[in-house]
Structures are given as structure tokens and as C-alpha cells.
Write a protein that binds this ligand. Structure first.
Ligand SMILES: Nc1ncnc2c1ncn2[C@@H]1O[C@H](COP(=O)(O)OP(=O)(O)OP(=O)(O)O)[C@@H](O)[C@H]1O
Length: 292
């Protein structure tokens, strides 16, 4: 269990963190979202000991996190840190050794990760010769090579193509399934929604909403009614709540509230009802609502 307890951090006049708390259970994937400058990187840097908080504490297994604990963590920092001249396999192995693996174990783990992350054809290329997306894959391999106990990933999906996104999402799921708690930040909210067991929304250094996506939707979001009608005369929805848009011969009514049965009756009278249902807000919509 990793507990982030009331972290506060100022940079001169700027309050970066204003009491950030959350808890991560074994095998949980925590999606960390927030606008630019909200405090995600600062939180992760404090967890990894790159920065000291002004106050607050990070606890691991019930006691304050130590440098020895952190050595067992895997970290993908915002400022990617690879040796540009080193070759892919050499680099991953090197970081494995730095984290205390023996030569043989480092070689074995490197070979596995190169295969898993689709880097086989690049294994002997220098980092500087790789595309940004492939550098990112190597960065992930470096975070994983020592079989970390906890994973802290700062925007691991940025700049990846859709196939690489799927590979990385699969790897995070595997890590979590083996009991590793994972924190990752991202601005790709559809991905966060798909992947995370729980989500934290940070704004101006405060955690303004957190919980499972289902909990956030139940607590923060409003359901919307969507009705699709074909062959309806214009103006059929006058007097009903919501807004109508035209899509070919179909009219789509989206209503935030109102009497569903009355809306359905009006739609049935107006034309052929192609679709009628309540929609949950997406995480992106929730985000806009709580951050606004
Ligand atoms: N070393 C620093 N010196 C001064 N201010 C800093 C420093 N590091 C961060 N900040 C400020 O602290 C705030 C939080 O920054 P942080 O990088 O944690 O945000 P973020 O949520 O990771 O943003 P992004 O999504 O853009 O990566 C910002 O206002 C930032 O300008």
C-alpha cells in the first residue's frame, strides 16, 4: 500500500501542491489527470524523492518511504533520461545492473522486454537514432527491467502511436495483475477511463475529485438522455427540454433532464424512434465539469 498524505509544496510564490492525498492498493492502476501545471509531475517527483515536500508524507507498507524502497520502484520521469549514444539493449541492461540485477538476470530481463515492447529490430540501434515513440518504449523498459514493486509513470502515453498505446496499456495491465500498483499521468482521458481502476483529478495543487470512474460518474456527473428519431417534422421537440441536432433524415435530441416518458411519447408521435437511452458522462466531460 502506498499512501500519499497531505503533500504541500511551494516554489517561491507559487503553490504547486496544496494538500494532495491519495492511496494506492496493490495491483491498482491510478490515473492521474489535471490541466497543465496542476501538480502531477511535482507529486510524482516527491514520491520518487527527486523533490522534498514542504510538508506531508509518503508512506509505503505503513511506514515512511525510504531511499531503499524507492530503488525497488520503476519510474518514468517527465524529462526522459536515456544515454543518447548507448544502444537499446545495452541501455536496458545497464539500468538493470544499476538496480542491482546480476549480469545474467539483467540480460534475460532485457531480452524479454525487448520482445514484449516490440523493440527487437532496434536492439542494436543507438538511442539517438530512434523515433521519439521508440525512445519512449526504451524508457518504459528501463522502468520495468528490475521488476519494480511500484510503477510511477509521468505521461507514458504521450507521443505513442495507437499500436504502441495498446502495447503499453497491455503491459500496465499485466504489471497490475501481478500485484504492482501503478500511477500514471495522462491527458488522454479516454485512455485513462479505459485503463484505470481509480482516477484522481488534480487542479491547482488540490485533488478535487478521486475514486473509481463509476464513483466519479455517480457523484459528479449528470446522465443525459439521447433520443434519435427519423422522419420527424421540424419542430417536433419544441417545448421539450434539451437540444435537437439534425443528422441526415434523423434528428438527435440530447436532454440533460426532464421526464423521459413524456419525451419518449413525443418522439413516438413525431416519427420512428431509432434510439432512446440514458448516457453516462465520459471522463472528459466529468473533467470539464469539475475543473471548470
Ligand atoms: N522547479 C520549479 N520551479 C518553479 N516552479 C515549478 C517548478 N516545478 C514546478 N513548478 C510549478 O508548479 C506547478 C505544478 O507543476 P507540475 O509540473 O507538477 O504540473 P503538471 O500537472 O505535471 O503539468 P503538465 O500536465 O503540464 O505536465 C506549475 O505551476 C509549475 O510551473
Amino acid at each position: 500500500m502506498l499512501e500519499i498524505d497531505d503533500l504541500r509544496k511551494r516554489f517561491k510564490e507559487k503553490t504547486a501542491l496544496d494538500g494532495v492525498s491519495f492511496t494506492l492498493r496493490p495491483g491498482e492502476i491510478f490515473g492521474f489527470v489535471g490541466a497543465n501545471g496542476a501538480g502531477k509531475t511535482t507529486t510524482m517527483r516527491i514520491i520518487m524523492g527527486v523533490l522534498e515536500p514542504d510538508s506531508g508524507e509518503v508512506r509505503y507498507q505503513g511506514r515512511p518511504l525510504t531511499p531503499d524502497d524507492r530503488r525497488t520502484f520503476g519510474y518514468m520521469p517527465e524529462e526522459r533520461g536515456l544515454y543518447q549514444k548507448m544502444r537499446v539493449a545495452e541501455q536496458i541492461e545497464y539500468f538493470g545492473r544499476l538496480h542491482g540485477l546480476g549480469a545474467k538476470a539483467a540480460r534475460r530481463a532485457t531480452a524479454e522486454l525487448i520482445e514484449r515492447l516490440g523493440l527487437a529490430e532496434r536492439r542494436n540501434d543507438a538511442i539517438e537514432a530512434l523515433s521519439l515513440g521508440n525512445q519512449q518504449r526504451v524508457q518504459l523498459a528501463v522502468a520495468l527491467v528490475h521488476r519494480p514493486a511500484v510503477l510511477i509513470l509521468d505521461e507514458p502515453f504521450s507521443g505513442l502511436d495507437p499500436l504502441a498505446v495498446d502495447t503499453l496499456a497491455g503491459v500496465l495491465k499485466e504489471q497490475a495483475a501481478s500485484g504492482v500498483p501503478v500511477i500514471f499521468s495522462s491527458h488522454q482521458l479516454d485512455l485513462v477511463e479505459r485503463l484505470s481502476d481509480s482516477v484522481g483529478i488534480i487542479s491547482a495543487g488540490r485533488m478535487i475529485a478521486s475514486g473509481t470512474v463509476a464513483e466519479l460518474k455517480a457523484r459528479e456527473g449528470r446522465k443525459r438522455l439521447k433520443v434519435v428519431v427519423s422522419g420527424a417534422r421540424p419542430g417536433w421537440a419544441d417545448g421539450l427540454p434539451g437540444q435537437v441536432t439534425e443528422a441526415g433524415d434523423r434528428q438527435v435530441l440530447i436532454a440533460e433532464d426532464g421526464d423521459g416518458q413524456a419525451i419518449l411519447r413525443a418522439a413516438l408521435q413525431a416519427g420512428r424512434v431509432e434510439h432512446f437511452g440514458w448516457q453516462e458522462p465520459t471522463l472528459a466531460e466529468l473533467f470539464r465539469e469539475v475543473v471548470a
